[in-house]
Design a protein around this ligand. Sequence first.
Ligand code: UD1
Length: 423
Amino acid sequence: MDKFVIRGGSRLSGTVQISGAKNASLALMPATLLAPGVYTLSNTPKLRDVTTMSRLLESMGLSFSRADHTLKVDASRVTKFEAPYEHVKKMRASIYVLGPLVARYGQAIVSLPGGCAWGPRPVNLHIEGLKKLGAEIEVEGGYIHARAQRLRGARIVFDVSSVGATGNVLMAAVLAKGTTVIDNAAMEPEIVALAEFLVKMGAKIEGLGTNHLEIEGVDELHPADFTTIPDRIEAGTFLIAGALAGKKGSRVRVERCNPNHLSAVTTKLEDAGAKLTYGRDFIDIEPPEEIRPVNVTTSTYSGFPTDMQAQWIALMMVAKGTSIVTETIYFDRFMHVPELNRLGAQITVKENIATVVGVEKLTGAKVMSTDLRASASLILAGLVAEGTTEVLRVYHIDRGYESIEKKLRGLGADIERVAGEEF
Ligand code: UD1
């Protein structure tokens, strides 16, 4: 297992290029199960989760070839309709194969994902939604067994806005007979990207980008090519790096992002005192002279993303004052807090609320990654901690950040990957 060794205090400045969105790619790739043929997915990030999804789909008969960030998918042959535990346990997004398989092949056996590092993550809404479309579903031996002749359009109102359940039901509904209405649908840009891809494949979907989707099922779809949207969480993480580890007069340009997808984060950064300038596909950030404490509450899009909560805490750790960070999506998602406190942060958590008392300085130490976004917050903290910080178990970060250490080094950070030993 690799680790990162970071010597804090470098001044970050320069330009960083943002990769394609992990969470969009993880939805687009299984959507290719919906129609046989060859697809070209451009701007696909080089990430472990993308590899995991490729392996899962390969086990079903698909094949993949990659030239840099262009992924070619050959979905001409699908021979198996199963997502075994070995794959799903590595990545919960494997559940995205459920909707397409049952819609197109009338059968699917998909392992239940189980919980994750920070608590329970149910899939009841995926199952209920597909049942509404007429799938017969049984859960047995840790597996979801789904069957259907042809799915039928239905009205689905989600109790909770769920990215995954919206994606899964959407991918099923496009091939159902008749009209499906999804209310309280997720509005995240990655779901909009998925819907746009499906429309390119011949699907009929109205209401893109709203929480009310209307889908007129079609008999068949055809392959299409698509360029993945930029990763807003990666972009947000680099913006925070610029605010945190920039120095007077320095400027970080976060390039190849979509500023419209980032407004919840950029507004908060402005509140914290950073100066931001917006271009069509870039944002420049100049750090504040002193970081002002700013409260955030996570919510569904277009609110502040839960996937940026840990990174926001990293910024607030060195703010001039106390801030409150409230997590409303995943109540227990605070695994990073004890690790950040090992660096000298003063964060307390009560239920789903973290109180962050800003400190003058952090001191480097060994810390342990527990999940993807927690790892990002540890790296950010390491950039400003005095001395050396070692972030262990960086395989978590490789799931969702492409070459983060190279990109940070490009901005002037002193960070290296040390490979191979058992840390
Ligand atoms: C996706 C993202 C993840 C992000 C999350 C919230 C991908 C691959 N992952 O995860 O990075 O943190 O959105 O923005 O896109 N829920 C239920 N029942 C369900 C499904 C969800 O109660 O069947 C609840 C969850 O517990 C959570 C909320 O709904 O409280 C939102 O979760 P959801 O949007 O489904 O997250 P994911 O799609 O798993």
